[in-house]
Design a protein around this ligand. Structure first.
Ligand SMILES: NC(=O)c1ccc[n+]([C@@H]2O[C@H](COP(=O)([O-])OP(=O)(O)OC[C@H]3O[C@@H](n4cnc5c(N)ncnc54)[C@H](OP(=O)(O)O)[C@@H]3O)[C@@H](O)[C@H]2O)c1
Length: 213
């Protein structure tokens, strides 16, 4: 059983917390939105607790369930409270105004930007950006366990995240170093755009990226 801090109390916080609890871990929802945090903790049930943004982090693994644009603010708020931790960047820096570009510069990724902000003080792992919140409710799609694609420069940090993923009933797929987050994020630009494309009205944020067989 592990303790996991999740920063954010929105859709992905709910989805990831649901899976982590399924894996018999404990989760702590940390949010600036007190009422949403309390509602989420109550609906998650046993194993879930909550704390207000800025409360000390107690877990070695911290999942950033926030928009990429909020990452700098959160890192500044926590300052050295993040040192030595495994920081999981789940973000998709999609430009939601156009749905046809990423907000990151070519040749970079949100995860690499997060790592640069942390300047080596913590290990950044990309994970969960390819799993829509809806699919995390059950952890499966079309009856098959979700694949969770993982990228990172620290083998030990990736091993910790992979163990959490596997222990929660999903399949971790280590794609390689953190620079592979560029491909994971770019792919999700495509998948996200397809969710709102009228040609594919049966896609409803419930699709999943999975490698078969
Ligand atoms: N939704 C999906 O299916 C999906 C799939 C893969 C990856 N992602 C990624 O997951 C992340 C979260 O997405 P979501 O769908 O969970 O979004 P969401 O439902 O809008 O939740 C976002 C959370 O971030 C918090 N937040 C926003 N700005 C903040 C700030 N400056 N400081 C502290 N907290 C802040 C929000 O708090 P308030 O309520 O106070 O605004 C809320 O708790 C995003 O990076 C997204 O790209 C989403």
């Amino acid at each position: 059983m592990a303790e996991i801090d999740i920063i954010g109390s929105g859709h992905m916080a709910r989805g990831i917390a649901t899976r982590m609890l399924h894996g018999r871990n404990n989760v702590r929802i940390i949010s600036r939105n007190d009422s949403q945090m309390r509602d989420l903790v109550e609906s998650l049930g046993a194993g879930a607790t909550g704390a207000y943004m800025g409360s000390p982090l107690t877990s070695n693994v911290v999942i950033l369930a926030i928009p990429h644009a909020a990452t700098r603010e959160v890192i500044l708020e926590y300052s050295d409270g993040l040192d030595g931790k495994v920081i999981v960047d789940i973000s998709n820096p999609v430009d939601y105004a156009t749905m046809d570009r990423l907000t990151t510069e070519p040749g970079s990724s949100a995860a690499e930007e997060t790592a640069a902000m942390l300047a080596g003080r913590a290990e950044v792992v990309k994970a969960f950006n390819t799993t829509f919140a809806k699919t995390l409710a059950t952890g499966s799609v079309a009856g098959l366990p979700l694949d969770v694609f993982i990228a990172g420069d620290s083998e030990s940090a990736k091993a910790k995240v992979s163990a959490l993923v596997a222990g929660s009933g999903m399949r971790p797929i280590d794609t390689g170093p953190l620079r592979w987050a560029r491909e994971l994020e770019a792919f999700m630009l495509l998948i996200t755009a397809l969710q709102v494309n009228p040609e594919h009205e049966h896609f409803d944020w419930d699709t999943a990226l999975k490698i078969l067989p």
